[in-house]
Ligand binder design. Structure first.
Ligand code: HEC
Ligand code: HEC
Length: 476
């Protein structure tokens, strides 16, 4: 590579005529920001979708490319950052104000890190020193600060606490996400099929039971010629299971990642803004290629699953209590899938989650390490029903949306290693996290609170047996 010609390097990296033309128009501005020897952190040898689907790369080579993207500290030559401030919309990616207006981190509302690894790096904080791991959790100092319009640090409003009308959101880990994604896709596949059943039996409530989880009932109303959706539970009206994001808003890791690039880094994936298009007016197009997001998705989906320590009698007793007080009604211990292979698709189709498959991930034989179920398929020991629940005023967010109190059931696998707890990391201990359950979780919370101490201790001992994987990437 010719390091003496940074502009050429960028043009080669971008390799689309539109981007090159655009860059040529900006030569003056760019040469000012490209010191000799500097180049995009992603380099010029970028992975494409054709590289992945062509079959010339092993799965580990694709995973390594994904790991590199996950760990790359992006810079402005990669397209890090937004374009000029947009006074009519200063909070969405694209035209956000940045610190000192020099295009770097404000921390609030994004431009909050240079690399995914900054926030997803702790494998376990239950051991000293931390065990670091690619794809792990983050502490409170890596919380995303989402959409505040006002921060009242010195409590001018007189609430007795500092005011903040957005959200702090604590980074979860990505271990085992391939199994979660497969379970969700199969559930969606079934729920969409129930629509046909309901159509063939008009006016009859059809039970939406899939993978051991009930989403209420659906009915085709022959009078109004429309769906009766009043009895569905824990899912949006389109009957698509969305496990990712605290609110349960993203069906796949890929769908989440598109937004993560835009929010944290001001980097615009091609699939969001189109090829050759500088979606955020920062002088760079094709910031994240379709193949790069695919490599990232493959890397994430193959991260090893969390695994429980071998059970002791106390753990077994605690697990029983966990069921007896009603925790397992939402924190479903395991979901059994039909398949053992996860088809990754592009473009993604939420209601038809298996169309457009471009890659198959073996979740049993590969690095993800899921166990076969004796009667077929595999087991995802996630401790979640992947449903959305209304969790009461204590946990409610403050956006003024009817869904402010709704959260997808947190997956408890790995919980021993991932303090702090709850979506914003407000709970520093497991007991605090449990006692903050309200709404649909109130009954189980009260039953936990009423337990004799020995039973409480057993239940917490059980939760502390749920561990993160020791080597999630399999030594990539
Ligand atoms: C500033 C910290 C930060 C950075 C940087 C960051 N994340 Fe995250 N990540 C979070 C937080 C916080 C959440 C939880 C969001 C929510 O629940 O709504 C999250 C959630 C996720 C999830 C969904 C996990 C789940 O189980 O719901 C994925 C996937 C993810 N991040 C991938 C990435 C990728 C890929 C990158 C780099 C492009 C990245 N993150 C960069 C903080 C970060
Ligand atoms: C009505 C469904 C429901 C029930 C019942 C329920 N939970 Fe939860 N649980 C949730 C949801 C939803 C969250 C995520 C809340 C948040 O992040 O703010 C959660 C979060 C948690 C967390 C924190 C997870 C993390 O990674 O931060 C723990 C620990 C937990 N629950 C344990 C329990 C225990 C123990 C019980 C029984 C006493 C229980 N839950 C009962 C729905 C439920």
């Amino acid at each position: 590579m010719d390091l003496e010609s940074p502009l050429l390097t960028i043009m080669t990296a971008l390799h689309t005529p539109g981007a090159v033309a655009l860059l040529l128009g900006l030569t003056g501005a760019l040469s000012a920001q490209t010191p000799p020897g500097e180049q995009p952190a992603l380099g010029s040898n970028r992975i494409t979708q054709a590289d992945i689907t062509g079959g010339g790369l092993t799965v580990d080579e694709v995973r390594a490319a994904g790991q590199k993207i996950f760990s790359t500290p992006f810079n402005k030559l990669d397209g890090y950052g937004d374009g000029p401030v947009n006074p009519s919309d200063t909070t969405s990616p694209g035209g956000r104000p940045t610190l000192q207006n020099n295009g770097t981190f404000l921390r609030i509302n994004g431009l909050d890190a240079q690399t995914c690894m900054e926030c997803h790096a702790v494998g376990s904080n239950a051991v000293a020193p931390f065990r670091f791991a690619v794809g792990g959790v983050g502490g409170a100092n890596t919380n995303a600060m989402f959409m505040p319009r006002e921060i009242d640090v010195d409590d001018e409003a007189g609430n007795g606490f500092a005011g903040y009308d957005g959200r702090f959101i604590n980074p979860p880990f990505l271990f085992g996400s391939g199994g979660v994604e497969l379970a969700a896709k199969e559930m969606t596949e079934d729920l969409q099929r129930y629509k046909l059943v309901a159509l063939s039996q008009p006016d009859t409530p059809i039970t939406l039971l899939t993978h051991g989880v009930s989403f209420g009932t659906l009915r085709w109303d022959s009078g109004s010629l429309d769906w009766d959706l009043t009895q569905i539970e824990g899912i949006e009206e389109d009957l698509v299971v969305r496990p990712f994001g605290r609110k349960g808003e993203f069906p796949t890791v890929r769908a989440f990642d598109v937004g993560a690039f835009q929010f944290h880094f001001g980097m615009q994936p091609v699939e969001a803004v189109g090829p050759g298009n500088d979606g955020d007016n920062d002088g760079v197009a094709d910031e994240i290629l379709i193949g790069e997001l695919s490599a990232l998705q493959i890397f994430n989906a193959t991260l090893r699953r969390p695994q429980a320590d071998p059970p002791t009698p106390d753990v077994l007793a605690g697990e029983q209590t966990f069921g007896a007080v009603g925790c397992a009604e939402c924190h479903t211990p395991e979901i059994r899938t039909r398949r053992t292979t996860l088809p990754l698709t592009f473009p993604e189709n939420e209601r038809r989650p298996f169309v457009n498959a471009y890659y198959q991930i073996d979740l049993v034989g590969g690095n993800a390490g899921f166990d076969l179920h004796p009667s077929g398929g595999m087991v995802v020991p996630l401790y979640s029903d992947l449903k959305i629940h209304s969790m009461g005023p204590e946990l409610e967010e403050s956006f003024g949306s009817p869904r402010d109190g709704d959260f997808v059931t947190a997956r408890l696998w790995g919980i021993a290693d991932t303090a702090p707890y709850l979506h914003d990391g407000r709970a520093t201990t497991l007991t605090e996290a449990i006692l903050l359950h309200g709404g649909e979780g109130q009954t189980a919370r009260d039953a936990f609170d009423a337990l004799p101490d020995t039973d409480k201790i057993d239940l917490l001992t059980f939760l502390r047996s749920l561990r993160t994987p020791v080597d999630p990437t399999g030594g990539l």
